[in-house]
Design a protein around this ligand. Sequence first.
Ligand SMILES: NC(=O)c1ccc[n+]([C@@H]2O[C@H](COP(=O)([O-])OP(=O)(O)OC[C@H]3O[C@@H](n4cnc5c(N)ncnc54)[C@H](O)[C@@H]3O)[C@@H](O)[C@H]2O)c1
Ligand SMILES: [Zn+2]
Length: 356
Amino acid sequence: VQNNKNQTLSVQLKDRSYNIHIACKYPQLEIIDLINKVFIITDHNVENLYLKKFIGEAKNVLGFYSIKAGEQSKSLTQAEDIFSAMIKAGADRKTVVIALGGGVVGDLAGFVAATFMRGVPFYQCPTTLLAMVDSSVGGKVAVNHKLGKNIIGNFYQPKGVYISTDTLKTLPKREFAAGLAEVMKYGIIKDAAFFTWLEENKDKLLNLDPETLSHTINLSAKTKADIVSQDEYEKNGLRALLNLGHTFAHAEETLSGYGKILHGEAVAAGMIAACHVSNILGKMNLEECDRITKLTEYFDLPTKLTQLTTLDHFFKCMEGDKKNQNGKIHYIIPESIGDCNPPMVIDRKIIEEALL
Ligand SMILES: NC(=O)c1ccc[n+]([C@@H]2O[C@H](COP(=O)([O-])OP(=O)(O)OC[C@H]3O[C@@H](n4cnc5c(N)ncnc54)[C@H](O)[C@@H]3O)[C@@H](O)[C@H]2O)c1
Ligand SMILES: [Zn+2]
């Protein structure tokens, strides 16, 4: 276990490489050290808690825009309002966009940064566990469409990521648990020892023990950074593994109406569905399925998808998934804890058997 001192990780992408800075302080604009004007995008909760402290004495803030918290704000309409605010504030091609908040703020601000005047520099300051271990790293930026999650977007890497773990002290328990779903994902797709470590340290983690938290965030962000460095555009099958549980989760989120079920909650239930599929295919044994279900329950995350009453709708929705090819749904199915298969086509009957 590493200690909780400052850490720097790097995402290696040639001329677009950048660092992930992890510290246990509160986020501060001055540590990003920018000469250009900045435009901050945040949400109401994070604004109330951190924006003033974040700006401090900085003189280079052109303006900020605060969205209503939650998944429903990840929309084109919301992006358009932000563009208006930026234009009115006098933003230009050199203006730096800063995302201060969770994954919703990060994905939306990244989308805005990628498209405003054909792209302006962008920094991520994640304040949720999910954003620290997953969404702030890797450059997937997007807004939702009412017919599908993350359907409008692009790859657009930030210039840097600044993680301040102290912000987790104010994060609601349910949101913290949602982030733990993506943390478990790293163990299941490629690190059996980490999964076992999570099982052994689960109560310390829930109690925000600093060393346990620090190890969890460092290892998760590093796993994500390494995968993105090797497969930035999801071309060689590696990055696709990060979508474990997500084919099911995106349908679950879309059908429940964005925001009712948290992304991490949908991912938790989706990963367990993928494990059941794996078991039916003769891959993952029941004992491992059980370990994953137990840890999920311990973190107070759902183990079952809730939107299966109209199975046809659910499959229709999964057919809209971005991983699909030639109209066929491609699933990510684990082989065992720590080992995962590239996207594969599976007979609908088998999926149904696993879901019901
Ligand atoms: N781009 C990617 O690679 C990627 C990866 C995973 C998830 N995502 C996306 O991330 C989004 C989910 O992100 P999220 O779980 O961070 O949700 P979120 O951004 O909605 O934040 C969760 C809630 O916590 C509040 N909050 C944020 N920081 C806080 C703090 N420090 N203290 C108190 N409250 C705080 C927010 O206001 C919000 O109400 C989804 O849209 C998902 O699709 C993207
Ligand atoms: Zn996710």
